[in-house]
Design a protein around this ligand. Structure first.
Ligand SMILES: Cc1ncc(C[n+]2csc(CCOP(=O)(O)OP(=O)(O)O)c2C)c(N)n1
Ligand SMILES: [Mg+2]
Length: 764
């Protein structure tokens, strides 16, 4: 532990000249050995040849010069990212121990891994690609100037966000789906026999996201389910300024059920390569997860602006600098006669020269020049392609077999839950790479039986239960998408999305953005949502907060209110996911799952027939009920059902003719139709069962104002409150009676329309 008086606060000191000089000086002091055949192992007992070690050393040096260049670029105002890989360059050996087709979900200190794999695939170090990322150039092949990420389609390296550990659930999901899909004979987007690698730091292992993902891998492996994943922990002993307890990573991961632990010295190429090879072999052969723990050092502080001297003593910093992995590699290669001292210096200076020249070139490249350019890859939208995918017919015989001759369109009209079940069944028949999973979705049929019997019909390999962890469920959905599958995942209640929502917000929805659409994670998340459980369940089974979803860029949010719409919209979501990689959330109103009637008990007004064909509701297209011109009621989900009932009573009791607009899509909102309908009626009542703050009505009212609508507008919303148990829930929810009351108030405000006044008089 650093003593306080040894640490000094002050501006961050750039130690890049120091580590640069150290390398040159230490190499200068080494003595050449007699030359060695480079095809021989670089150290006895190892399978790493001299030639291979030189390649890895080049990747290490390249990565180091990229770090130095990042700081120089930053100093000149031409670069925008200084988190480096210095001290972690041993990860080049992990790349060498893997196959280039093994998907790699990488830590931000993976420069040498990236270069080493680039060398395997392209035959040269992809230095320029990294520099284009550092300079935020729109020529950056992976993100097009949107972020500095390590990513490449050709290298099977999907880009990752800055959120530590958030890539682990999807890496686990990818590993699981890789073998599941292969077993089902589906073609996956990676070579046969591939394994997944994901890397992270020693502090990151403590994040609940990492802990959850590693636990999920253990849970699967423990019961014999294939889980070919290599977890790579690059342990530099620090999480920014916080020291990891010495021995903690090993103690907490070396004896976990289902997980094999391997350790290596990340400062020594041979040790890192041997440990990585052994671990990779274990994962590849057994299809079980392994944890590879590499001890490394962190050089050049956490990032360029980090005042490392405020929390570490100079002696400590210098000790790490003396342990520089590049110096260790140089020693290895010179002392064994694989390279001469002059050869090492030439390599080092040659790469310095190349990186310097390329960074000058990168700095000249254009940056993103407009809002349009920035958002271009955010949410691809091709309505014709979606329609054509929905219209693509399913195999008739397979469908008949699936439904055992009882085709759903020949069955009686049904409620919402049943129609979703039927649509899911049909989609399972039509889309072979589609999987349905979540807590309890298999034999129980989901928390509300929506997936009832699907597991039996489609097989447990395609409709299956997960463990109880929403982050892992969403990670599985994302990983499935990245492997070329398509997940329809279920989250039991909206409240339980909230503890996992970053998987949608930070991960799924951002992937196309940060990869210029090169990587996709198509998925649909079905969520049993909203309130009106007649007092049962309290807040967490009645949650009505959608604010966290509404501002996720590019996300599609569907929220049907009735069965036929739900089936059509589900087809749309699956098609959009399939043809354009959309990330869709499907909010299902629990209270309407089993609702049969609309106005009177027994009227069957909320039952709908099932359509077997290619019917769908294009994204963003609403549904209007009634021709009334006195008032437009805008709503969705439960609000539609209540508004239709209220509209019926308003007509019957007061002669008020309403038109009810079911938005159906909460994102993107059908703004044009909304404005057209609002102008037609002249008055708008928004019935929004979500919260007053952050709820859907905020955007509706804003759209009306911005669209120039001048008539009166009122909104009914739920309170900004948690929902209490029992009848008290009514106090904070939108009530049907309030719709009538507010409609009447709205109509009596200001001057009443002549038509309305006349009709009222007539009634009297
Ligand atoms: C979820 C989250 N919380 C906080 C941060 C800020 N942060 C970035 S890196 C880091 C430390 C990570 O340490 P470690 O996992 O050991 O990786 P290292 O940087 O040492 O390689 C923190 C706290 C973040 N990126 N994500
Ligand atoms: Mg660390």
């Amino acid at each position: 532990m650093a003593r306080r008086e040894d640490c000094r606060r002050g501006p961050a000191i750039d130690r890049s000249p120091i580590i640069d000089r150290n390398f040159t000086e230490r190499v200068g002091r080494l003595r050449d050995a007699s030359p060695r055949d480079r095809s021989l192992p670089v150290r006895s007992g190892s399978s790493l040849t001299g030639a291979r070690a030189i390649e890895l050393f080049e990747a290490q040096i390249g990565s180091r010069h990229l770090d130095l260049a990042a700081r120089a670029l930053r100093g000149r105002g031409q670069g925008f990212y200084t988190i480096g890989s210095s001290g972690h360059e041993g990860n080049a050996a992990v790349a060498a121990a893997l196959r280039p087709g093994d998907p790699a979900f990488l830590h931000y200190r993976s420069g040498a891994f990236f270069l080493a794999r680039g060398r395997q695939v392209f035959g040269e170090l992809p230095l320029f690609e990294v520099l284009l990322g550092l300079t935020a150039s729109k020529d950056d092949p992976i993100s097009g100037g949107r972020h500095k990420v390590f990513g490449s389609l050709a290298l099977q390296i999907p880009p990752q966000t800055s959120t530590i550990a958030s890539h682990l659930p999807k890496a686990v999901g990818a590993a699981f789906m890789l073998d599941r899909a292969s077993r089902l004979g589906l073609s996956v987007s990676v070579p046969r026999g591939a394994i997944i690698v994901c890397s992270f730091g020693d502090a990151s292992v403590n994040h609940s996201t990492a802990a959850g993902a590693i636990n999920t891998a253990c849970w699967a492996s423990f019961q014999g389910l294939p889980m070919p994943i290599l977890f790579l922990c690059e342990d530099n002993g620090l999480g920014i300024s916080v020291r990891s307890p010495p021995g903690w990573v090993a103690a907490s991961h070396s004896a976990r059920p289902g997980l094999r632990y391997f350790a290596g010295d990340g400062l020594d190429l041979v040790s890192a390569f041997e440990a990585a090879s052994e671990a990779a072999r274990y994962v590849r052969e057994t299809r079980r997860p392994a944890f590879l723990h590499l001890e490394v050092v962190r050089l050049l502080a956490h990032a360029g602006a980090d005042e490392e001297q405020a929390y570490r003593t100079t002696a400590e910093i210098e000790a790490d600098e003396a342990d520089d992995p590049l110096i260790h590699s140089a020693e290895l290669l010179i002392e064994t006669g694989v390279l001469t001292r002059a050869g090492v210096s030439a390599l080092y200076e040659d790469l310095r020269g190349r990186v310097t020249a390329l960074s000058g070139e990168a700095a000249k490249r254009p940056r993103l020049g407009s809002r349009k350019e920035v958002v271009a890859p955010l949410a691809p939208s091709d309505a014709a392609a979606v329609a054509s995918e929905v219209g693509r017919p399913a195999d008739v015989a397979a469908r008949t077999a699936f439904w055992q001759g009882r085709l759903p369109e020949n069955e009686r009209p049904a409620h919402l839950a049943e129609q979703i079940n039927r649509a899911l069944g049909d989609l399972l028949v039509k889309v072979p790479e589609l999987f349905v999973f979540g807590e309890d979705v298999a034999s129980k049929g989901g928390v509300y039986y929506v997936t009832h019997d699907l597991s039996r019909r489609a097989g447990i390999a395609r409709v299956f239960n997960t463990l109880l962890d929403e982050q892992s469920i969403l990670g599985l959905a994302i990983g499935a998408g990245q492997m070329g599958c398509l997940a329809v995942a279920e989250i039991q209640y909206l409240a339980y999305l909230h503890n996992a929502e970053d998987q949608l917000r930070g991960e799924a929805a951002s992937l196309q953005f940060f990869s210029r659409g090169q990587f996709k994670n198509p998925l649909v998340v079905r969520i049993a949502s909203y309130a009106y459980q007649k007092g049962f369940g309290g807040h967490f089974h009645n949650d009505n907060s959608v604010a966290v979803l509404r501002d996720i860029p590019g996300l599609i949010i569907a929220s049907p209110s009735r069965g036929d719409d739900a089936a059509r919209m589900l087809r749309t979501c699956v098609a959009a996911a399939r043809v354009q990689g959309s990330v869709c959330v499907f909010l299902e109103p629990i209270a309407l799952y089993m609702t049969k009637d609309l106005h009177q008990p027994g009227d069957g007004g909320w039952l709908t027939p099932y359509e077997a064909g290619g019917e769908h509701v294009p994204v963003g297209v609403p549904r209007a009920y009634g021709e009334g011109k006195d008032l437009l009621i805008v709503s969705f989900a439960n609000g539609v059902w209540m508004s239709l009932r209220a509209a019926h009573k308003l007509e019957r009791d007061h002669g008020i003719a309403c038109r009810v607009l079911d938005l159906r899509w909460l994102r993107p909102l059908p703004v044009e139709e909304l404005l057209r309908e609002a102008r037609r009626a002249g008055r708008v009542l928004v019935v929004d069962e979500t919260r007053r703050s952050g709820g859907v009505s905020e955007e509706i009212v804003t759209a009306l104002v911005e669209g120039g609508f001048k008539g009166p507008v009122r909104r009914l919303t739920a309170e900004d409150s948690y929902i209490p148990l029992g009848p008290a829930a009514e106090h904070v929810l939108v009530r049907e009676a309030d719709i009538e009351k507010t409609a009447l108030e709205l109509l009596s405000e200001g001057r009443r329309s002549a038509a309305f006044t006349v009709r009222r008089r007539k009634r009297r």
